[in-house]
Design a protein around this ligand. Structure first.
Ligand SMILES: [Zn+2]
Length: 293
């Protein structure tokens, strides 16, 4: 049986990238986000693929028609927070008010029930064990905020690498980790990984999975890349922001056809999710819900 995977688009300004925090004014990417997202929409339409678009609240406020266009094209609208601040920097009270405001805004603009959430820069990890409860209480049912693995600035290992039920004091969240391991153990979850790995390696990482997995892209990765990174940016950050950008639209066009992609709402069924393991997030990481009780 061929497993369908979730394609996600984080609709934010290039200047929202955490690697640029404090280096550029975060709204400076605003004039490009419309054209960049329209380019993603055109690529998806051309390939006949629908996706889940996690839209930042500030971007929705500045580009209301863009949210309507995404919804009218048949895509799922999800929430990427109000600003691109990390969950640990927001704290529980601000996270709650930000998510309520963002979810309401996105629902009003899209006409959809917005039930999927992705935290900025996969910032749902052991540093914020209080966050799943807030996310659930605001009304989200599906979360794709956990990057399975360890990266310099994000990541929370998921032992099985598979989807699970994230237990909270409120309702459970259905969690599909955002990371895919290749046969050699490399990560191939999207973005920089898709831009730099050979396309066949990325395709095979998804086609070999027996469970739903997630891929992600950002509109600024598709272009037009008409922006200037700050002088003096560290080489690693510069590489992350630019590697493979020139040819990415072409590569993405190929990947869109090579793997069966769907929006999250078409991949995750509550019947299947009833069988998923139950995990809890604590200050020690993810563990079986029973052990953490
Ligand atoms: Zn983001």
């Amino acid at each position: 049986m061929v497993i369908a995977h979730i394609l996600s688009v984080d609709v934010e300004r290039w200047s929202d990238a955490t690697l640029l925090a404090g280096r550029v004014e975060r709204r400076v990417g605003q004039p490009l986000v419309q054209a960049q997202t329209e380019r993603v929409l055109a690529l998806l339409a051309h390939a006949g693929v629908h996706a889940t678009f996690f839209v930042l609240g500030e971007v929705a406020q500045d580009n209301p028609q863009l949210v309507r266009t995404i919804a009218e094209a048949g895509h799922e609208v999800g929430c990427h927070g109000w600003t691109h601040d990390l969950l640990a920097d927001l704290g529980a009270a601000r996270l709650r008010s930000d998510l309520e405001r963002a979810r309401r805004t996105l629902q009003d603009l899209s006409g959809q029930a917005v039930t999927a959430f992705r935290a900025p820069t996969w910032s749902l990890d052991r540093r914020v064990p209080w966050a799943p409860e807030v996310i659930s209480e605001v009304g989200f049912e599906l979360d794709m905020s956990i990057f399975d693995g360890r990266h310099g600035i994000y990541g929370e290992p998921v032992a099985s690498g598979r989807p699970f039920r994230l237990i909270t004091a409120a309702a459970d969240l259905l969690e599909v980790p955002t990371s895919v391991r290749t046969w050699s153990g490399l990560r191939a979850g999207g973005g920089f990984y898709w831009r730099t790995l050979p396309r066949g390696v990325v395709r095979d990482a998804y086609l070999s999975k027996r469970h739903p997995a997630v891929g992600y892209i950002h509109p600024w990765e598709v272009g037009p890349a008409a922006y200037t990174l700050p002088a003096g940016l560290e080489p690693g950050a510069r590489l992350t922001m630019t590697a493979g950008i020139d040819r990415f639209a072409q590569k993405l066009d190929w990947l869109l056809r090579a793997v069966p992609w769907r929006p999250a709402r078409e991949v995750v069924s509550s019947e299947e999710a009833a069988q998923w393991p139950r995990l809890r997030l604590t200050a020690r990481g993810l563990g079986p819900a029973e052990e953490a009780d």
